[in-house]
Every structure is written in structure tokens, then in C-alpha cells.
Design a protein around this ligand. Structure first.
Ligand SMILES: O=C(O)[C@H](O)[C@@H](O)[C@H](O)[C@H](O)COP(=O)(O)O
Length: 259
């Protein structure tokens, strides 16, 4: 398993802008190499801020948006038009402004969608979407995502996988329903850690003092049951993109000058 890399930015604004620039370059390189790319989006303030910055980037349309496969790491199980939906926030921030191929945008079901309020059916259906999009070279029922973007919570959750929750113990399924989620809204659909680990690259992006303990625990070898983000590792690369406050409990990492 590759070691983690840490990059610290002076503040959250710079982190989001630099992560967006990094994403453009990586997607362009992937498309140059293999004609397409796959990206897993995340909810949360930092994840959406990166998409906002990507929309505003002068290099944005160097990406061939029509050859990008888009997935979500998790989704709030609420009506499609609810402002809490990660998909709605992603569309407003970026996807409605670029020419993505609708057939290649794989959103998780909403609670007023085809499965109604059956969140287990919604989770199973998304697992099937992943299986349907896995190729023989992926060796399993989950595509080998090129990049998986994730945020994290102060207690160590990532996607909607929380400490000591049923989801964190899941070793077989790629997607699960989450109930009584400590972070509202309470009902969600989430990739599991084994599914996240199918990614080539995992980029963990967060800001704020409140995340510093979880960052330090995850990077110092904490177990994934207590600190789920510690289990969010890429096959090839695990990249932590932090601002100075989120990195404040780390030693021997380069801290840039305050902007
Ligand atoms: O749907 C969600 O809520 C997210 O997927 C969640 O995992 C989020 O990324 C973290 O809670 C960080 O959120 P902030 O960046 O807003 O702190």
C-alpha cells in the first residue's frame, strides 16, 4: 500500500483553488493517456468548494467533460430537489456548467426517486450501477476509480462511514444504507471503505482546527473502525490536501507561510 502524501495550504480558499487546479491537470493527463477518466465526488463544504473553484478555473475546459465518468462517495437520502443533496450542490457548483455526458453521471437515488423511501433498495441499486460499470480489468464489481475525492469529519468519518457504525464493519458490499447518521440528514447512501479502496487515487481534503485530531490520528496509524478516514486509502496514492489549521497537529510536514 502506497504511503500517504500531505500537502498543506495557507488557508481553505487556496486549498480549494489548488485542488481544483490539481484535478484539472490530473483529469487531462488521464484522458490523454486512456481517452477517459473516472471521478468520485464528495459532499461537504470543502468538496463543493473545490467544484466551485473548478467551474471558475480558466483551464476548466481543458477537460473533455463528455469523457468523464462521475460517481458519488455518498449521498443524503432526501428528495432530489432538497438543497442537502450532494448531487444538487455538485450540479449547481459545476456539473450544470460543463458538457458532461448525462449517461456518464451516476447519481445515487433520491428519497422521491424510483425506490421511494426504501434506502436499502437505493443502496443495492447503486452497487449494481458500480458492477455494471466495472470492466474485466477492474477485477471485481467496483470500477477502479481514477480519483476518489473525500472529505472527513472531526470524529474521523469519511463519506457517510462513521466510527463504530455498521458501515465501517462492512467488508462485502460496495454500497450500504446509513441510518441515524450522526451528521444530518440522518439517512444516507454511502460507498464502503472496501469500495473506496478500489480507487487508484484517494484525495482527502479538509480544513479547520476541528479536523486536526482526526487528521493526526489517521496519519499516525489509527484503526479504521475508530477513525474510518484512516481506511480511505488509494491503490496507488493517498493524498491529504489540508489547510494549516487542519494540519496543525502534524509534525514534520512543510507548513507554507500564512497567505
Ligand atoms: O455528505 C457528506 O456530508 C460528506 O460526504 C461528508 O463526508 C463530508 O465530506 C464531511 O462531513 C466533511 O464535510 P465538511 O467539508 O463540510 O466539513
Amino acid at each position: 500500500m502506497a504511503s500517504s502524501e500531505v500537502v498543506v495550504y495557507a488557508n481553505g480558499e487556496l486549498l480549494a483553488a489548488a485542488a481544483a487546479a490539481r484535478l484539472v491537470t490530473r483529469l487531462v493527463d488521464l484522458q490523454a493517456a486512456k481517452g477517459s477518466a473516472s471521478l468520485v465526488l464528495t459532499g461537504g463544504g470543502t468538496g463543493i468548494a473545490v467544484l466551485e473553484q473548478l467551474r471558475r478555473s480558466p483551464a476548466r475546459d481543458a477537460v473533455d467533460w463528455s469523457r468523464l465518468d462521475l460517481y458519488w462517495g455518498d449521498e443524503r437520502f432526501v428528495p432530489a430537489d432538497d438543497d442537502e443533496r450532494n448531487e444538487k450542490q455538485a450540479r449547481e457548483a459545476l456539473l450544470d456548467h460543463v458538457p458532461v455526458d448525462p449517461k456518464r453521471v451516476h447519481a445515487m437515488a433520491a428519497s422521491d426517486g424510483e425506490f421511494g423511501d426504501d434506502v436499502d433498495a437505493a443502496a443495492a441499486a447503486y452497487a449494481q450501477v458500480l458492477a455494471d460499470n466495472a470492466r474485466p480489468e477492474d477485477h471485481g464489481d467496483v470500477p477502479q476509480f481514477d480519483i476518489c475525492l473525500l472529505g472527513l469529519g472531526g470524529e474521523g468519518h469519511t463519506a457517510s462511514v462513521f466510527p463504530e457504525s455498521p458501515a465501517v464493519y462492512e467488508t462485502e458490499r460496495s454500497v450500504v444504507a446509513v441510518r441515524n447518521c450522526p451528521k444530518p440528514p440522518p439517512t444516507r447512501v454511502s460507498l464502503t471503505l472496501p469500495a473506496i479502496r478500489r480507487s487508484h487515487d484517494v484525495w482527502l481534503m479538509t480544513t479547520g482546527e476541528a479536523k486536526a485530531d482526526a487528521v493526526a490520528l489517521a496519519l499516525s496509524g489509527a484503526g479504521e473502525v475508530q477513525v474510518p478516514v484512516a481506511g480511505a486509502r488509494g491503490q496507488r496514492r493517498t493524498l491529504w490536501l489540508l489547510d494549516r489549521t487542519a494540519a496543525s497537529k502534524l509534525s514534520n510536514v512543510y507548513q507554507p507561510p500564512t497567505a
